[in-house]
Write a protein that binds this ligand. Structure first.
Ligand SMILES: [Zn+2]
Length: 204
């Protein structure tokens, strides 16, 4: 993952304890879909993060003016929340006027704003969506699953992809089964399952 240098879990510079870090920073941090290697530690991290996100959102609702209850929370409020989070973002998103617009690795600093990276927003919404239903919310009333939220996320993804010169196309399905010419470094290692905890004794 070269493209998203901005999640730093230990970087607790924000006051609200919003800690939107996704170690893999892809859209698929929901563990249900990945039975493969992500094991219990990943899962509990996910659960912890989900709880924190849920608390953060609850705090946001409590501080909301005018007061806002979860039951009356709509997709529009979720968007409001996402925009609010941008002030804690650490991802430089170039404006169209910036000479580095579209450069994944700008050679110099620029005054463009910092935002929440699309990957973290996307993962955050996934966790909040799950948390909402775990707390008794009805799926059809889930504000985090609202169409407006999906559209907003797509828009953020596309505009950040342009601004940062980064493609968010799924990177992990690369490795076609046979790429004849490039038999590069260590193809075997990448295919092996990640953790054989201990070799079976006396295995030749
Ligand atoms: Zn810039």
């Amino acid at each position: 993952m070269d493209s998203l240098p901005d999640f730093n879990p230990s970087n607790a510079s924000n006051s609200l304890s919003i800690n939107i870090n996704t170690t893999t920073s892809s859209s698929n941090t929901v563990p249900a879909a990945s039975p493969s290697s992500a094991t219990s530690s990943t899962l509990s991290r996910y659960e912890n993060q989900k709880r924190r996100d849920w608390n953060t959102f609850g705090q946001y609702l409590r501080n909301h003016r005018p007061p806002l209850s979860l039951a009356r929370c709509s997709g529009a409020h979720v968007l409001e929340f996402l925009r609010y989070l941008d002030q804690f973002g650490k991802t430089k998103v170039h404006t169209q006027l910036c000479p580095f617009f579209g450069h994944p690795n700008p050679p110099a600093p620029c005054p463009c704003p910092l935002r929440q990276a699309w990957g973290s927003l996307d993962a955050l919404i996934g966790r909040l969506r799950a948390a909402f239903e775990e707390h008794g919310g009805k799926p059809e009333a889930n504000p985090f699953g609202a169409r407006a939220v999906r559209l907003y996320l797509r828009e953020v993804r596309d505009s950040q992809a342009k601004a940062r010169g980064i493609s968010y196309e799924k990177k992990k399905r690369k490795r076609p089964p046979q790429s004849s010419s490039t038999t590069s470094a260590l193809p075997v290692q990448a295919i092996l399952p990640p953790t054989p905890p201990s070799a079976p004794p006396g295995a030749s």
